[in-house]
Design a binder for this molecule. Sequence first.
Ligand code: AOF
Ligand code: ZN
Length: 340
Amino acid sequence: MNICLELAMKGRGKTSPNPLVGCVVLDKNGEIISTGYHAKYGDNHAERDALLKLNIGDAKGGTLYVNLEPCSHFGKTPPCTDLIIEHGLKTVVIGMCDPNPKVDGVSKLRVAGIEVIEGVMENECRKLNEVFVINQKERRTFVAIKTATTLDGKIATSNGSSKWITSAPARNEVKIIREKYDAILTSSVTVNSDNPTMLHAKKVILDRNLTTDLSSKIYEQGDIFVFHSEKLTPKRDKDNVTYIKTPVLDGGLDIEFILKELYKLGIMSVLVESGGRLNGAFLPYTDKIYNFIAPKIVGDNSAKSSFDYREVFDISEAEEFELSDVVKFLPDILLILHRK
Ligand code: AOF
Ligand code: ZN
């Protein structure tokens, strides 16, 4: 199953809205005779990729490992269960059930007389496909926030100086994290104050009053979706920019409306990279937080905080997250947290 997960990861950033899947086939003597993975959306499923490399008979009496329950429906490709049955496998070992309601591969395999072992390394498998699980079960975009702070939770000084809080290894990791998300999202405040490049295929900018300059670096590349107040009509056009009129709620753009639009646009996961206000606005909808921490202290209460959106008097009102992982990118660390 570990090999399945490693193979599955090769498809990272290329399979959305589909899952990351890897597959290993063993013959009846327990020798690995083939492997496969889902390389990109629309390509063969992992099981098909692995089995098509074999002749019928090679895997007879063998075992197939896959991190996700094999599909039993006709989608872009025919059901993987049919191919598994045709190859005469004796056992199928599955990491996790497919949350896609169209899929009932386990029963189909069992009816065909194949032994099915479920839930092997289930936690690791669920973690790998956390975006797919939320998309399938809740029919919404997975939301993550990335922030980089000092020890005292600051993302900039009071006058906006922030380059750089974290060092090169952490900043390089941010590029790797971005690749896992269908889109990155930021605000007009960040674009206007930091003029970031944010290389990505899809970028979302929340720009209520259309104050960002089309000559900003962020507009140079990628498909860009600008959400702005429905009261305004954009005057300037650029080929890679789509404008979306958005209702305004309590002085800010309606985040629920934006998330629904992103889902309709096929953006299955989004990484929010912005300041304290927008981070706060997205917090109620956030599944995951990446918090880089540099071993530095600003020590100024007027410096900008990573979350700054409300007044709180009782500590019990604090938003709670669960720590999933801690990784060193020395001299900094990365905390990965999930909603409790
Ligand atoms: C994948 N790759 O390796 C496996 C998948 O309509 P389709 O053909 O794109 O099928 C997509 C569904 O197939 C997907 O939602 C998931 O439930 C199931 N398994 N999908 O893209 C794979 N094994
Ligand atoms: Zn399949």
